[in-house]
Design a protein around this ligand. Structure first.
Ligand code: HOC
Length: 387
């Protein structure tokens, strides 16, 4: 059955049928009407390719470098909380699959496995980054950051889009935390288990975090510091001013502010401004949210991203099929990417450039958001095994 998953949407369809309602509720939920979650993928539909012809694409090389680290393909496993809701072994499953494909993994603060378990699951020269929720107690934050550096993490991604939890009604209805058999998450606070998983685990997060705090992070670590959750060009410029090494243009998978714009649209807004001011090489720009196809990855890179983060699809693949599922999902993306690089006439990631896409339509918000992108799939329900 795994062999019948032909794209990332298929894993979602299988996971939806196999997962416990509570776990599905937590992973799949997004804020309010989930408009931003759907828009995240739909925005890619409004960008069109302008392929070039007669380029030698016999050998296509997908390898690239992110934050100075070589990797096999320009996507990474982004941070997602509570991996054990989907699989009894949790995030280490993602670690092992990422190793197989030489893909970078971002370790979530709110993982089910402990940080050290996820690091211990690493093999060889495998690369991991740390995603950080900043604790109200900065001494705790400092310990987490410095421990991550000591354990070999090579990037600190500070989440900046979550001063308060978005309202995820699916999660609130299913109250997954009450049934979370596996979570090791230690918030150190009393948790309200009646409001869904996210609310229960997030009460330690500091809503007073501000620009004034960012230099402190630079002072406590030698890891590159990246702001995750930047949503407009003005803030990218400010990030350059405070000297961070990168930004992730992201709306938290649509789980925070509903009707926030997609990462890919923010990228299309940002890059012309940076280029006009000669600032495009001052930091690395990542995008996440709604990436389901290699064409999405290619579009983001054409527009100037260094790499893209992928979250839910790997959770669904893990929930449905464990490590094999995540490895297949990664393999499918690699195959899609190799083919589509050929079809647009690029043999190397460094050849991707803005002339290869027409992105004018990405700003056209008047288009209705189709409801088919993330919530439906072409997967044939007849081949899904009974629960
Ligand atoms: C205000 C804190 O990232 C999710 C996780 C946890 C959210 C914590 C937000 O569910 O999106």
């Amino acid at each position: 059955l795994l062999a019948q998953c032909y794209n990332l949407f298929d894993f979602e369809a299988v996971a939806r049928r196999l997962m416990k309602k509570t776990a599905w509720g937590y992973y799949s939920s997004a804020a309010d009407d989930e408009i931003t979650m759907r828009e995240n993928h739909s925005a890619y539909h409004r960008i069109w390719f302008r392929p070039q012809i007669l380029v030698n694409v016999e050998h296509v090389d997908l390898s690239t470098t992110m934050l100075g680290t070589p990797c096999s393909i320009p996507f990474y496993v982004t941070a997602t909380a509570l991996g054990k809701l989907g699989h009894p072994e949790g995030e280490v499953v993602l670690t092992r699959a990422a190793k197989t494909h030489n893909v970078i993994q971002m370790i979530p603060t709110l993982a089910s496995c402990s940080f050290d378990e996820i690091v211990d699951a690493r093999a060889g020269d495998q690369v991991q980054w740390l995603q950080l929720y900043v604790n109200k107690d900065r001494a705790i934050t400092q310990r987490i950051v410095q421990h991550a550096e000591k354990r070999g993490c090579r990037g600190l991604f500070i989440t900046v889009d979550a001063p308060q939890l978005g309202r995820r009604e699916k999660d609130m209805r299913t109250k997954s935390f009450a049934e979370d058999e596996g979570s090791n998450v230690q918030s150190g606070q009393n948790t309200d288990r009646t409001q869904g998983a996210a609310r229960a685990i997030s009460s330690f997060i500091d809503p007073s975090l501000s620009w004034a705090d960012i230099p402190w992070f630079k002072s406590i670590t030698a890891m590159p510091v990246i702001l995750k959750g930047v949503q407009r060009v003005e803030d990218v410029l400010r990030a350059i001013d405070v000297g961070v090494d990168g930004v992730v243009l992201s709306n938290h998978g649509g789980r925070q502010l509903d009707t926030a714009r997609s990462g890919i649209e923010i990228l299309a807004e940002t890059m012309p401004v940076l280029r006009a001011r000669g600032l495009q090489d001052r930091l690395e720009i990542f995008v996440d949210g709604g990436v389901r196809r290699a064409t999405d990855i290619i579009k983001a890179l054409c527009l100037g991203a260094t790499g893209v983060g992928i979250g839910r699809p790997f959770l669904y693949a893990m929930s449905a099929y464990g490590q094999d599922g995540v490895e297949r999902a990664m393999q499918l993306l690699k195959e899609e990417m190799e083919m589509n690089m050929r079809l647009i006439g690029c043999a190397r990631v460094s050849d991707l450039n803005p002339s290869l896409v027409d992105a004018k339509g990405v700003f056209a918000h008047s288009n209705p958001t189709p409801g088919d992108a993330l919530s439906h799939s072409v997967y044939d329900p007849l081949v899904v095994p009974p629960q």
